[in-house]
Design a protein around this ligand. Sequence first.
Ligand code: HEM
Length: 200
Amino acid sequence: MNIDRFLQETIRKHMTLEDALPTKMPEYVNSFGYFFGTATLSSLAVIFISGIILAFWGPDWWHFTSVGHFTNSVHFWAVEVFYVSVTLHFTFKFFKAAWRDGRWRTWINGWLIWGISIFSGISGTLLQANWDSQWNAQQGKDAFNALGLSFMNWMNYTTVLTLHVVFFAFLIAVLVVAHLTFVRNESPVRPIVNEGKDEK
Ligand code: HEM
């Protein structure tokens, strides 16, 4: 098997260059509702950039340096913006019934990202390294033990740090790339009011 040929054929089969890097959009995309997906994506970019800076200088420097405090706050507030945007995003997509015409993959993939982002957020709060986070980790571990997931030790700071900065971050990045690929491949769903009218 030739991997490059396989990739070439798969990309060519599913996406043109205009799909991948569109220069035009349907008129109905000129609506404020479409801003929420972009806002989610932008806040995620800020989360990743500030998170990489936080992780770069070790697990606690953000508690005792002014640059660390600032970066930590940027990371925290980007997460707040992310959750507000993603909630508005999927609410808008729900009222547009954006899963229509085979877009169920984007819809299911979106819920997967959302579910993983909850675990990512929880693991983030456990990295505060204070009494509050220790209390939460201690209380939360019983729920995981009850689910048979006791191998995930939420009381171990290093495990939680790795889960947060490697495991969940990687899953979210991969699923977001898939999300955007599906959107580019399928194009934005048509408004409900116009459905079927063009064919008559
Ligand atoms: C990290 C989280 C997410 C990011 C970065 C993201 C980003 C985007 C972007 C940029 C678009 C294209 C622009 C737009 O239509 O607004 C889009 C479309 C879409 N998203 Fe998301 N999204 C996320 C989570 C979700 C969730 C949780 C759902 C629902 C459960 C969802 C469902 C959809 C659907 C169905 C579309 C296609 C809309 C259409 O065809 O018009 N997304 N997303």
